[in-house]
Design a protein around this ligand. Structure first.
Ligand code: DGP
Length: 345
């Protein structure tokens, strides 16, 4: 069965599971479904309690059982989808141990009292006053510090680990909520989070800032489909591809179409075209993104020549009106079946 993750964006504990889902690029259709508990009537509904009697989220429903704890869900997902990277498992034993330790400290001592940042009333774990719970929370953040790698950039060193996925959403939460409870003290992230945690947090967030700079510099403008789109007028070949006008199709696959030229210049005269033009109105607009497609066109020509036992053949691409290009959708002419002359006219 497709596992179902019952979770909501605001849940920082569930967020580690969603980070894994997103970073691994899992399909939200076929690999895993993410649904809000309200689909079952909410956390306290009979239907939800039947799956998780604790009435908490996240919850992962699988063919192996219902998993109610985010750390176990996260490890189950890493295991189940181990073929997809990133693994979240650093390559050294030391880093893996540190990741486990950070996750454990987080779940034992921070998750259990984090309600002091958002719950209306005590108790907050084992604390019956908010002030005591907040003080403990800050102390526990300090203990995490001890186990964070000196060099970074990730929490356990050079590689991404489950600790990064676990702690990142909580630090977002702390940054958003803790300043509200300062009572006159000014918010100083370095004092609350400590140097190493803050450095890591900025580094992780920097990616987002870096993307914003790229966006502002129109970084995507020249990249096919991201900023660059084929906006030139369609040609007669589009209508051939769509079967809106008839043609004698010789071969077709996912990427290329081969059909007979309407004005044959030799006993065999085929046109090999990409089915998606992707900006290739002319060969001159080819970029490295088109490399595979261009290779496919040549291979298609070679394959057809072999299949049709052509003794000799000529491939022609006309680029520009000086070269007599008349249809502005890249195409390769394959000519054969007669003695060719050189130079061509
Ligand atoms: P070029 O001159 O390199 O742009 O070649 C365009 C070729 O396309 C030309 O040899 C004729 C062929 N052609 C144009 N319209 C049609 C059509 O409607 N059907 C077919 N099969 N070929 C066409």
């Amino acid at each position: 069965m497709t596992p179902i993750l019952y979770d909501m964006p605001v849940s920082n504990n569930g967020a580690r599971c969603r980070i894994i889902v997103y970073k691994k690029g899992l399909s939200l259709d076929s690999d895993i479904l993410i649904k809000p508990p309200s689909d079952l009537g909410g956390l306290k509904s009979e239907q939800y309690l039947a799956l998780n009697p604790q009435g908490k989220m996240p919850l992962l429903v699988t063919e192996h059982g219902n998993i109610p704890e985010s750390d176990t869900i996260a490890r189950y997902l890493l295991d189940r989808f181990s073929a997809k990277s990133p693994s979240f498992l650093p390559s050294t034993l030391e880093a893996r141990m540190k990741s486990d330790l950070l996750c454990r400290l987080h779940d034992m001592y921070i998750t259990t009292i984090q309600g002091c940042m958002y719950k209306a009333e005590p108790p907050f774990g084992r604390f019956s006053s908010r002030a005591a719970a907040l003080a403990e929370l800050r102390e526990q953040i300090g203990y995490l510090q001890e186990h964070i790698d000196e060099e970074g950039p990730y929490l356990t060193g050079k590689e991404l680990s489950l600790a990064d996925a676990t702690i990142f959403p909580t630090v977002i939460f702390i940054e958003h909520m803790l300043p509200k409870f300062l009572d006159g003290e000014t918010w100083d992230a370095e004092v609350v989070l400590g140097k190493k945690l803050l450095r890591w947090y900025h580094w992780i967030k920097e990616i987002k800032e870096g993307l914003a700079v790229w966006e502002a510099n129109e970084r995507w403008k020249s990249i096919l489909h991201a900023g660059l789109r084929d906006q030139d007028a369609p040609t007669i070949f589009d209508r051939i591809i769509q079967r809106q006008i008839p043609s004698e199709i010789v071969m077709e696959d996912e990427h290329v179409l081969v059909f007979k030229d309407i004005h044959p210049q030799a006993p065999v005269h085929l046109l090999i075209i990409p089915k998606r033009r992707d900006g290739l109105t002319q060969l001159r607009y080819a970029t490295a993104d088109h490399q595979e497609l261009l290779g496919k066109m040549f291979l298609t020509a070679a394959r057809i020549a072999k299949e049709q036992n052509l003794r000799g053949y000529r491939l022609v691409i006309n680029d520009g009106s000086e070269a007599q290009q008349s249809v502005f959708h890249l195409h390769m002419h394959l000519l054969a079946g007669r003695q060719m002359r050189w130079p061509p006219g």
